[in-house]
Write a protein that binds this ligand. Structure first.
Ligand SMILES: NC(=O)c1ccc[n+]([C@@H]2O[C@H](COP(=O)([O-])OP(=O)(O)OC[C@H]3O[C@@H](n4cnc5c(N)ncnc54)[C@H](OP(=O)(O)O)[C@@H]3O)[C@@H](O)[C@H]2O)c1
Length: 328
């Protein structure tokens, strides 16, 4: 299996604020818990309050168990500094509500982990009219970064945006005429391709944002967590090759636990050596190559313009937010 790469255990001040989308289960859960155990204030941005609150109780119970074992690598707080804020990435209005509430709180924001995602869903469209994976995995989290960027820019040094992408980004196309998959019907919709596209778009957003954030305190990186045994398979139990991949990987011990799957994200979020690092796609905590489609500047800028068009249409991108995004 080679050398195992992980993250350094650091102590983070409580004032350092980290938002993790989709933090109630899987990779997001482990990411949120582990960063909170290092001391940061972590906001669980989740669509279900009930699931998020249950997750927070579980995180604190696991934290307490570690404290009882006298684990020296975690903080000695009475409780983890965790908060829930509602975010449903299938609704642009929900993203706007989240951003408004966050701005009103007057908080700073130091790390934004765009982790929420759905894998290989059947053909479906959101209330905003976009293909479901395009919106949940990419568009909504673009909107979230756009609205939180002005806060991050004024939150002091070393602020990081992390895109939890996937190796499936290699199976993707960039074709604006087909980007919403409307040429397909429920039977022939290419679920893997549209999942791959949404994951490639996160990487393309990383490049486009970094171009505009040069010399600023905010960096964007992306990553593949590995083949991780989480609830991600819930949407594709009917897709035999993928169900088989996850099943066989588990049997052979070739897949990761949710904690192991979170290590690359946690490293990107907390490793002091990564201060100022941008435009990197991590895999097993190390830089990896990126598919050529996603590396093409022409494609990245085409996607950037298309995305802004989508969001401006609904009045979701006011002038001041665009100016900040464009590096002004
Ligand atoms: N597991 C893997 O092998 C693997 C491989 C490559 C990349 N990834 C990526 O890793 C990330 C985390 O996935 P995971 O494996 O931890 O999967 P998971 O266990 O299914 O967790 C996904 C998280 O995203 C949330 N989410 C889904 N739809 C949402 C929405 N509309 N609004 C807000 N949150 C929503 C889920 O919330 P609910 O519980 O409410 O649904 C859950 O918290 C995803 O972006 C995925 O694409 C995973």
């Amino acid at each position: 299996m080679g050398i195992h790469h992980s993250f350094p255990r650091v102590i983070i001040p409580k004032e350092r604020v980290v938002v993790v989308t989709g933090a109630n289960t899987g990779i997001g859960y482990e990411t949120a818990k582990c960063i909170a155990e290092m001391g940061a204030t972590v906001i669980l941005a989740c669509r279900s309050e009930e699931k998020a609150k249950q997750a927070m109780v579980k995180m604190n119970a696991e934290f307490q168990a570690e404290k009882d074992k006298k684990n020296p690598r975690i903080v000695d707080y009475p409780e983890l500094s965790l908060e829930f804020m509602k975010l449903d990435c299938s609704s642009l209005q929900s993203v706007m509500d989240f951003a408004k509430e966050f701005k009103l709180s007057g908080r700073q924001l130091h790390v934004l982990v765009c982790n929420a995602g759905i894998g290989m869903s059947k053909q479906a469209y959101t209330e905003d009219g976009y293909e479901l994976m395009f919106q949940v995995n990419y568009l909504s989290q673009y909107l979230l970064t756009a609205h939180l960027l002005p806060i991050m820019k004024t939150s002091g040094e070393d602020c990081r945006i992390i895109m939890v992408s996937s190796e499936v980004h290699r199976y993707s196309e960039f074709n604006l005429d087909r980007i919403q998959g409307k040429q397909y019907n429920e039977r022939n919709f290419k679920r893997t391709l549209y999942y791959g596209n949404s994951k490639a778009f996160q990487i393309m957003q990383m490049f486009s944002m970094n171009r505009r954030l040069q010399n600023s305190n905010v960096t964007v990186t992306s990553l593949h967590p590995g083949v991780v045994q989480t609830e991600v398979t819930r949407n594709f139990t009917d897709l035999a090759p993928w169900a088989l991949l996850f099943g066989v990987s588990k049997l052979l011990g070739a897949s990761k636990t949710p904690f192991e799957g979170a290590e690359t994200t946690i490293n990107a979020a907390v490793n002091p050596a990564l201060k100022g690092v941008r435009d990197v796609y991590f895999n097993n905590c190390k830089p990896d190559s990126i598919a050529s489609m996603a590396r093409k500047k022409h494609n990245q800028e085409g996607l950037w313009a298309y995305t802004q068009e989508c969001l401006k249409k609904g009045g979701f991108l006011p002038e001041d937010v665009i100016k900040c995004l464009e590096g002004e």
